[in-house]
Design a protein around this ligand. Structure first.
Ligand code: ADE
Length: 227
């Protein structure tokens, strides 16, 4: 899989992809992640990438020209399955969207800033608009990092334990049950007996019950989902 990220702040993105699972996925050639600085495609003298909005009003808008130049350059080099714009007014990101995107070959992510991007880019180039939550970030970079991480960890071979992505919270519309590790007792706080019992059917039943209890308590909306 190849992910191209179009950004005004590539330095913001370097960190999340240079350690742990994201780094290993790239080292193992399971994913290629490329950053493109939109400012490199500005043609005006001062390398401006934004301008005042038509009709007046506070806040700058990211200009159409440099963004279209880089999108078309990349599209000329290969076919993209999706050109995704990260924006607070996009579709709310869910595990099912990540599952779907993890099956794609090439995707482009466009990070917005200021008041957003010229609407004509959205109309003519963007195939999906995604929000990572009902709050406004100062730019799309962190959202792009969240989306990329959520996709890449699903690629076959990325996680050591192949089953662990499947047992994540949200994969079956349930939150994960509590987990414990050694010691069995700390300051008098005990690990539930059943987990130490070695009785695997009972352990499985306990985990299912706890997952359901936690979901009912914290995210009852998940229980009404079908699919
Ligand atoms: N850019 C700014 N806020 C955002 C959000 N919540 N999701 C995606 N992109 C954003």
């Amino acid at each position: 899989m190849r992910i191209d990220i179009l950004t005004l702040l590539p330095e913001l993105l370097a960190g999340p992809f240079s350690a742990s699972i994201m780094k290993r996925a790239q080292d193992k050639k399971l994913v290629e992640i490329h950053f493109h600085n939109i400012r490199d495609y500005a043609t005006n003298k001062h390398k401006n990438v934004d301008d005042y909005q038509y009709g007046g009003g506070a806040g700058m808008v990211m200009s159409i020209e440099p963004i279209v130049t880089i999108i078309e350059k990349l599209q000329h080099e290969r076919t993209y399955d999706e050109v995704i714009y990260l924006t607070p007014d996009g579709v709310l990101l869910q595990q099912a969207i990540c599952n779907d995107l993890s099956l794609k070959g090439n995707i482009m992510l466009l990070c917005g800033h200021y008041k957003g991007i010229d609407e004509r880019i959205r109309e003519h180039f963007i195939t999906k608009e995604i929000s990572i939550g009902s709050y406004v970030l100062s730019g799309g970079e962190i959202a792009a990092a969240v989306l990329t991480d959520a996709i890449v960890r699903l690629l076959p071979g990325v996680l050591n334990d192949e089953t662990s992505a499947l047992t994540d919270s949200f994969q079956d519309h349930l939150l994960s049950p509590p987990v414990y590790t050694r010691p069995p007792e700390f300051r008098g706080w005990k690990v539930p007996d059943v987990l130490l019992s070695g009785n695997f059917p009972n352990i499985e039943k306990w985990r299912e019950d706890k997952a359901l209890e936690r979901t009912k308590d914290r995210r009852p909306d998940l229980l009404n989902k079908t699919q």
